[in-house]
Design a binder for this molecule. Structure first.
Ligand SMILES: Nc1ncnc2c1ncn2[C@@H]1O[C@H](COP(=O)(O)OP(=O)(O)OP(=O)(O)O)[C@@H](O)[C@H]1O
Ligand SMILES: [Mg+2]
Length: 256
């Protein structure tokens, strides 16, 4: 069943259509990837879904109900959580308190400070940040600040999490750890949307991918199909990626 369904989303900035009628759906339990060149509209799409931007057109359904136009905190309480491409922790609060803020504003049922902190502690455990709970955000590495974003989203008790470039700027080892974290979320039954330029992560994680280009959908499908689509290679991946990817695949007709 589709957990999230977006129809004909349109966002305009002045004369520019940052999203020009994008439709897609995300199945419950899947990892759905959104890729495309810089400026293609990926973050705008996420801002449209999480109601950071008002839609100029289109509609959004979540779990069968029309949620178009609902405010961000209503959406979080329904179970839609997100991270931000530019990580933005509250600098005067420690890591644990930053995560508790997610529970406080975004969780549908938790009412007391003790409950928010308990939700924060659970999220810190899941993201491997528990040993750093008492640190202040500026003391964290970028990889840990990205984990903090994930933990804050988890503390909302979401059903779907939308990730905006949680791998960006991380080194090889940190990317592998983040891939494992996202896999563990899927295994726990969460639905995930990831916007990502790190193709290794996209290919390791996604069940399906949508490619955006100039605010419109260029392609959609299984990762293997999408990355060998000539339009996608031309607009985004480039010939070098296509050749490297093709040579990494078993030869057609070869033994499985
Ligand atoms: N708040 C805004 N005001 C005006 N224009 C905006 C705003 N947000 C995004 N845009 C424009 O919308 C287009 C899509 O931007 P968006 O940030 O969604 O791209 P993106 O696919 O996330 O790119 P990147 O991979 O670099 O993060 C760009 O032309 C951008 O300049
Ligand atoms: Mg972006």
């Amino acid at each position: 069943m589709a957990l999230l369904e977006a129809s004909d989303l349109e966002i305009r900035f002045g004369g520019v259509k940052a999203l020009a009628g994008v439709s897609f759906h995300v199945e419950a339990g899947e990892i759905f990837g959104v890729i495309g060149p810089n400026g293609a509209g990926k973050t705008t799409l996420l801002n449209a879904i999480s109601a950071v931007y008002r839609l100029d057109g289109g509609s959004i359904r979540f779990d069968g109900a029309d949620v178009t136009g609902l405010r961000p905190h209503r959406l979080s309480r329904l179970g839609i959580a997100r991270t931000f491409q530019i990580v933005q922790p509250f600098k005067a609060m420690n890591v644990r308190e930053n995560v508790a803020i997610g529970a406080m504003f975004g969780h549908a049922r938790l009412r007391t400070r003790a409950e928010w902190l308990a939700a924060a502690d659970a999220a810190l455990e899941r993201t491997g940040l528990a040993p750093k709970a008492e640190l202040m955000p500026p003391q964290l590495t970028l990889a840990d600040r990205k984990r903090l974003e994930v933990a804050r989203a988890l503390a909302m008790g979401p059903r779907i999490i939308l990730f905006d470039e949680v791998m960006a700027g991380l080194n090889h080892t940190e990317i592998e750890r983040m891939i494992d974290l996202v896999k563990s979320l899927k295994q726990a039954g969460l639905t995930v949307v990831i916007i990502e330029h790190v193709m290794k992560a996209v290919l390791a994680l996604c069940d399906r991918i949508m490619v955006l280009n100039f605010g419109a959908k260029l392609a959609e499908g299984a990762p293997g199909e999408v990355v060998s689509d000539a339009k996608v290679v031309e607009a985004y991946l480039g010939q070098r990626f296509a050749k490297a990817h093709a040579s990494a695949q078993p030869a057609a007709g070869g033994a499985a």
